[in-house]
Design a protein around this ligand. Structure first.
Ligand code: FES
Length: 154
């Protein structure tokens, strides 16, 4: 991992980059932004860790924890909310056995994310499982789909 981070630092220096550049490159390479990256950027580039964390936590696109192999994105925007998004999200959390403050299953198979609007409101409630779109989503069908993904990877 250190080589990857050192390459990012080198690119940053050549491009006279900014913190967003560091974070984007890191997430693209590693899938998330580990504490080790923030510590190294801070040390090598003389940027306070609090500034890097500030940017990383301001933008929802950045992840400070590794994600699961499968990403489930549940829309909780207004149209989806009206059509039962909360029931879907709660059902997914229960079905995935997610701990209260966690969004990734302990086996690293699934991450559940919520998003304000996926732009397909007429199909509400909408859920993405990896890149597949499930419009007028039904919790039982989703849990069946997730169950089959679990079996395949077992
Ligand atoms: S509110 Fe859910 S897709 Fe727009």
């Amino acid at each position: 991992m250190n080589d990857i981070l050192l390459n990012i630092i080198e690119k940053y220096r050549k491009k006279n980059g900014n913190i967003i550049f560091l974070l984007q490159e890191t997430q693209e390479a590693l899938g998330y932004i580990p504490k080790q990256a923030i510590d190294l950027f801070s040390e090598e580039l003389n940027i306070a860790p609090s500034r890097i964390y500030g940017v990383a936590t301001f933008y929802s696109q950045f992840r400070l924890k590794p994600t699961g192999k499968n990403i489930i994105v549940a829309c909780c925007g207004t149209a989806c909310h009206v059509k039962g998004a909360e029931k879907i999200i709660n059902g997914l959390r229960k079905g995935l056995e997610l701990a209260e403050d966690e969004d990734t299953t302990p086996d690293g198979e699934f991450t559940l994310e919520e998003i304000a609007c996926l732009g397909t409101c007429s199909f509400a409630p909408v859920v993405l499982v990896n890149s597949a779109v499930y419009g007028k989503a039904n919790i039982n069908a989703l849990l069946k789909k997730i169950g089959s993904k679990r079996k395949k990877s077992a």
